[in-house]
Design a protein around this ligand. Structure first.
Ligand code: ADP
Ligand code: MG
Length: 162
């Protein structure tokens, strides 16, 4: 696993970081994006989606759990599970439209929630650093998850942990 910590000084810099991260992603990858409200999760996803060929506006999903965008070569999906409490009790089928082969998925996830999305490729954690500064931690989980199939298929909640 590799860990990289950067500080961004404004939304453009966070978008640029998102663009950079996109360059390592492959079809089937899932990126977990954690952080408090307003920490810049959607901003980072917007930058990444741009780099992956999405031309449409990238906005927070509000009326559904996610958005699907056509990135040309791959579909880019964006899930916001921030407001969803206890996803472990949701239908796994709910996620099937968003995760898996042919897609690169970004999942916004509340910082404080226990539980993990199994099989994530990158884990990005954003936090407020005063004013427009944001601290961004990027963990590449590929080696750690190396023995698991690529692409998340299940959400593992706290109750599933041992
Ligand atoms: P989240 O999805 O985490 O709730 P958003 O990306 O929707 O956050 O919103 C972040 C807000 O913070 C935006 O209004 C953005 O302009 C502002 N902002 C200020 N500084 C930064 C920064 N360094 N990185 C990202 N967003 C920033
Ligand atoms: Mg958001």
């Amino acid at each position: 696993m590799s860990l990289r910590i950067v500080e961004t000084g404004g939304p453009e810099e966070t978008e640029t970081l998102g663009r950079e991260l996109a360059s390592v992603l492959r079809e089937g990858d899932v990126v977990l994006v954690r952080g408090e409200l307003g920490s810049g999760k959607t901003t980072l996803v917007r930058g990444a989606a741009r780099a992956l060929g999405v031309h449409e506006p990238v906005t927070s999903p509000t009326f559904s759990i996610g958005h699907r965008y056509d990135g040309g070569e791959v579909a880019v999906t964006h899930l916001d599970l921030y407001r969803l409490a206890g996803l472990e009790h949701e239908e796994p089928a709910l996620l099937e439209d968003y995760l898996g082969p042919g897609r690169i998925a970004f999942v916004e996830w509340p910082q404080e929630r226990a539980g993990e999305l199994a099989g994530a490729r990158l884990r990005v954690t954003l936090s407020h650093g005063g004013g427009d500064r944001r601290r961004v931690e990027v963990e590449d989980l590929e080696e750690l998850e190396g023995s698991l199939p690529r692409g998340a298929s299940a959400v593992q909640g706290e109750s599933d942990r041992r």
